[in-house]
Design a protein around this ligand. Structure first.
Ligand SMILES: O=C1O[C@H](COP(=O)(O)O)[C@@H](O)[C@H](O)[C@H]1O
Length: 240
């Protein structure tokens, strides 16, 4: 793993730097492999990044878009990570619908929907279901509690090692999420973190030792590049 940590002056600088890196990674993947497989983060932090991506001229038909996690709500629900990314970015660029792979969340069976998405990954990546696909780029956020994707502290989802997709648990509510081994297979993982409320968790995640099950983002150690992109408010204490 190659690890990079950057602390940017403010949220705007964070978004601009991330935009540059994401465009570089997309172009490099398409140049090398003919397509780019990307997984998107939800939450509030990446929205301006997605808005900025919507203004770029990229070979959109070469992008295969997935989500790293999803709230278990219908796709038109205000909490849907898919809806946010579509409104901010995907609805504004000529990306074929077949290249957009939302997590199924409108049934009544999160376990079965997690299995369906696992199968969908196998088909798009053309790997047997027993193997973990290798994403070109996985975008992640981090919650104030150190969770990433829908891998929440002290939950069963953190221990899943035999499949790509599982059911997360946010205060008793199910979510669909990438598992740790799937994320760790990626060529590049980028954390995008903004705001002072993230400082306590970041201190634990960057500490020499801390309980991984309490701070799930510590479990993210990809075989490729790991980027931590922070604004000054989030990264202030890490500078000292
Ligand atoms: O619930 C979620 O939270 C995290 C962090 O979100 P943020 O609002 O603090 O940026 C996010 O990465 C995840 O995808 C989302 O479902």
């Amino acid at each position: 793993m190659e690890k990079f940590v950057e602390i940017l002056a403010d949220k705007q600088a964070l978004i601009e730097r991330t935009l540059t890196l994401v465009v570089e990674k997309i172009e490099a993947a398409i140049g090398t492999r003919g397509r780019c497989t990307i997984a998107l983060a939800g939450g509030s932090t990446p929205k301006p990044l997605y808005e900025a991506l919507s203004t770029q001229a990229l070979p959109w038909d070469k992008l295969e878009v997935f989500w790293g996690d999803e709230r278990y709500v219908p796709p038109n629900h205000p909490d849907s990570n898919q809806l946010m990314a579509r409104k901010a970015w995907l609805d504004h660029v000529p990306i074929p619908d077949a290249n957009i792979h939302p997590m199924p969340t409108d049934g009544n069976d999160p376990d079965s929907d997690a299995k369906k998405y696992h199968s969908e990954l196998g088909k798009v990546f053309q790997v047997p279901e027993s193997e973990f696909p290798v994403f070109d780029l996985i975008l992640l956020g981090m919650g104030d509690d150190g969770h990433t994707a829908s891998l929440f502290p002290q939950t069963e989802a953190l221990k899943v090692r035999d499949r790509s997709i599982t059911v997360g648990n946010k205060d008793g509510q199910p979510r669909i999420t990438f598992t740790v081994p799937l994320i760790n297979q990626a060529r590049c993982v980028m954390f995008l973190v903004s705001g002072a409320s993230k400082q306590p968790a970041l201190a634990q995640i960057f500490a020499a030792s801390a309980e991984e099950l309490d701070y799930p983002s510590r479990l993210i150690q990809p075989q490729g590049e790991l980027w931590w992109l922070l604004d000054a408010a989030a990264g202030e204490k890490l500078k000292r």
